[in-house]
Design a protein around this ligand. Structure first.
Ligand code: BTN
Length: 243
């Protein structure tokens, strides 16, 4: 079990940045959680932003110290994605993972994950896991691609501390699996919950639109796509953009 210590703050630039800075101080351990009502510069993956109305949703970051080999880095994405899928199941909602780590319901995004690792000699010493989860927001800025919240799905509000507890509980459970070296189990679970699995996908590679069938993922998180010749080709995140 992760021994969570939650610091709830009203406003911060980004909970990931705040927690990463905090880890430079002594006495900050695995299980430290920074939960913010509002982020002034919430970060998404790459150059994207995470935009979330004040106190309507969950925006938080967790510090873990997995001590796993860098080659297992994708199992961090897998355990967190599965914890969020588990959480939504508790609310009767079937969600899917859009590679690499967005949580979708049909074609709408409910949550995003941003993981920042610190490596020491090929071992992941610590990871700051940032999660943005849309809970009660009903109106989103138009620049966000197809967002959805729990409220839009359930037609009722959910108490933030209630769903937060469920997420922490599921994260702790899935993290135990990672710590026990259950990498195959996490990898299978991730593969079984993927959006578009064995379906035709369209993607851009080097500005050319291509098509293929999504066949799965390597253990290091590369997407495996079958092309029209029947060959399986793999791509890292960033090498292609899936439509
Ligand atoms: C993405 O979908 O691109 C990832 C979004 C991650 C957003 C969360 S909100 C809490 C934490 N702090 C941040 O600045 N980002 C993550």
């Amino acid at each position: 079990m992760i021994d969570f210590k939650v610091e709830h703050i009203q406003e911060v630039s980004s909970t990931n940045t705040y927690l990463k800075d905090l880890t430079k101080q002594a006495g900050v351990f695995e299980g430290t959680v920074i939960l913010a009502d509002f982020q002034t510069s919430g970060k998404g993956r790459g150059t994207s932003k995470w935009i979330s109305d004040r106190a309507e949703n969950l925006t938080f970051s967790i510090l873990v110290e997995p001590g796993i080999k860098a080659s297992h880095h994708f199992s961090l994405v897998e355990f967190v994605s599965l914890a969020l899928i588990d959480t939504l199941k508790n609310y009767g909602i079937n969600s899917r993972i859009k590679w690499p780590n967005d949580i979708y319901i049909a074609d709408r995004k409910i949550a995003g994950i941003l993981i920042e690792n610190v490596l020491v000699e090929n071992v992941i010493f610590s990871s700051v896991i940032g999660i943005g989860f849309n809970v009660n927001q009903e109106i989103f800025p138009t620049e966000l691609p197809n967002p959805v919240s729990l409220k839009l799905l359930l037609h009722r509000s959910t108490k933030l501390d209630e769903i937060f507890k469920t997420i922490l509980d599921r994260l702790s459970y899935r993290y135990e699996q990672l710590k026990a070296g259950e990498f195959d189990l996490l990898h299978k679970g991730y593969g079984n919950n993927i959006y578009y699995s064995n379906k035709k996908i369209r993607y851009y590679q080097n500005e050319r639109l291509r098509e293929g069938i999504l066949r799965g993922f390597s253990e290091s998180g590369e997407i495996l796509i079958e092309n029209d010749k029947g060959d399986i080709i793999s791509f890292l995140f960033g090498e292609i953009q899936i439509l």
